[in-house]
Design a protein around this ligand. Structure first.
Ligand SMILES: Cc1cc2nc3c(=O)[nH]c(=O)nc-3n(C[C@H](O)[C@H](O)[C@H](O)COP(=O)(O)O)c2cc1C
Length: 210
């Protein structure tokens, strides 16, 4: 299958069979998520990988009891920074300087611009911006999972506050944004598996300005 065939093969899996995804494939999916671009390169989110069955059981009632939470192999929780602080912004700029091995005036000016903007905004506005960045990585993980022929279910259907509590995210300055159970489809119990994929036509989706 080429990439487009794999994207047609993937679907928001409704039933998973509990089979484990090989670590090598999980690592590739996580690496695709880590390599996703983010605004100013801040990567203002983390991924918590839950394989502990008891923790999955604790999360499930807070996610509409969706069975994939416990029947998946790995449950990826995308959690965004609750705010942009000077420390967090400096952390990423310092990391850039450290990895690249030099300081650049333009980049340092850009640092000052962000330091003069983000920490002054409300925590809510900053969290919303950070959460948008998590969605980009989430998309990359979904596509990478399909590429690896691993099933996944993108999920917004959960109570973030409750999941934050189960995972103690508040004390890390994080808030859960998205869940991505990955695993293998239980085709015999999945009502969606044989239904035709529905997407807008290219004509309704793409406008070409030549
Ligand atoms: C951000 C996001 C949140 C979603 N939340 C849920 C969810 O909580 N539970 C679920 O079963 N599907 C969820 N979906 C799946 C969508 O309904 C599904 O992706 C869409 O209908 C397209 O179908 P397909 O993914 O099977 O091609 C979500 C998808 C996205 C992108």
């Amino acid at each position: 299958m080429d990439l487009i065939e794999k994207l047609n093969w993937r679907f928001a899996t409704k039933a998973m069979n509990g089979q484990k995804v090989p670590q090598e494939k999980v690592d590739k999916i996580l690496e695709a998520a880590r390599l996703a671009p983010t605004s100013s390169g801040l990567q203002p989110f983390e991924i918590i990988v839950v394989t502990n069955q008891e923790v999955k059981e604790q999360i499930k009632p807070h996610a509409w009891n969706q069975p994939q939470i416990t029947d998946c192999s790995h449950l990826l929780v995308f959690a965004a920074w609750d705010n942009y602080t000077e420390e967090r912004i400096n952390g990423m700029f310092d990391l850039t300087n450290e990895i690249r091995g030099f300081k650049n005036e333009g980049w340092e000016n850009y640092r000052q611009m962000l330091l003069g903007t983000y920490p002054q905004r409300s925590a809510e506005e900053n969290f919303t911006h950070a959460a948008k960045q998590a969605y980009i990585s989430f998309g990359a993980a979904i596509i990478a999972a399909a590429f690896e022929e691993v099933d996944s279910t993108p999920m917004e259907g959960f109570s973030p506050e409750a999941v934050d509590e189960v995972l103690n995210l508040k004390e890390k300055g994080l808030k859960s944004v998205l869940l991505l159970p990955i695993g293998y489809r239980d085709a015999s119990n999945d009502w969606l598996v044989n239904l035709t994929k529905v997407r807008k036509s290219k004509e309704d989706f793409i406008t070409e300005i030549n």
